[in-house]
Design a protein around this ligand. Structure first.
Ligand SMILES: Nc1nc2c(ncn2[C@@H]2O[C@H](COP(=O)(O)OP(=O)(O)OP(=O)(O)O)[C@@H](O)[C@H]2O)c(=O)[nH]1
Ligand SMILES: [Mg+2]
Length: 226
């Protein structure tokens, strides 16, 4: 594949929206994907959406999985935690228990991915319901800080406030993470190939993209060299 083709490709981002039942995961997703507000409550089993967006000039295709908050639908959790590259952890600012539930979800993500640096955004939804607020901004912020400095946003799906921002922040984190993985791998490959081929290529050492020891991870993360 040529460098030109690679940079012009629209890359996929697997994003998973998680949180307790009724916090507004589906409403946030519907506002982001379709620009619609849903007043009624219809508990989700599992829905997925695709949405193309532009993040800092890069073409991205978001694969968004809107999950079930209610316990009876959580059997698929492990699978989507494995395949997800970034996670929106949503609670409602009007519900203490919904924030408490995120702690366990976050731990499960870290355990399943065996990585404590997974792209995560903490989302306090229903910010339009100020009169019903039980979790202060500062409390939520300090929780997010204690969770690996995850960014914290307050959103209102009803008012479409900060909706695009949370998805874009997550994409940026995924891009940053991929870039740092690639640059460290390229250093590794570069060094190794340089040792082998310095005599053949002089100063121009090509980095091979052949499937090797890192091929599986590269594929799972849908990484593209940007
Ligand atoms: N006022 C207000 N209500 C909201 C907001 N977001 C969602 N709601 C309401 O909260 C209820 C639940 O929203 P959903 O998006 O279906 O919640 P969910 O997290 O997807 O719930 P599950 O699918 O059961 O996990 C609905 O009646 C929404 O209209 C918001 O930002 N502000
Ligand atoms: Mg839902």
């Amino acid at each position: 594949m040529s460098g030109r083709t690679r940079t012009s490709q629209r890359r996929d981002f697997n994003i998973v929206v998680l949180g307790a039942g009724g916090v507004g995961k589906s409403c946030l997703t519907a506002q982001f994907v379709q620009n619609v507000w849903i007043e009624s409550y219809d508990p989700t089993i599992e829905d997925s959406y695709r949405k193309p967006i532009d993040v800092d000039g890069r073409q991205c295709m978001l694969e968004i999985l809107d999950t079930a908050g209610t316990e009876q639908f959580t059997a698929m959790r492990e699978l989507y935690m494995k395949t997800g590259q970034g996670f929106l952890l949503v609670f409602s600012i009007t519900s203490q228990s919904s924030l408490n539930e995120l702690a366990e979800l976050r731990e499960q993500i870290i355990r399943i991915k065996d990585d404590d640096n997974v792209p995560i955004v903490i989302v306090g939804n229903k910010s339009d319901l100020e009169e019903g607020r039980v979790i202060s901004r500062s409390k939520a912020f300090s929780v997010s800080q204690s969770w690996g400095n995850a960014p914290y946003y307050e959103t209102s799906a009803r008012r479409r406030a900060n909706v695009d921002e949370v998805f874009i922040d997550l994409c940026r984190q995924i891009i940053r993470k991929d870039n740092s993985i690639h640059s460290s791998r390229e250093e590794e490959h570069f060094g190794r190939r340089e040792d082998h081929h310095r005599h053949r290529h002089g100063h121009h050492v090509h980095i091979s993209r052949k499937k090797g020891e890192n091929g599986q991870r590269r594929k799972r993360n849908g990484c593209t060299i940007l």
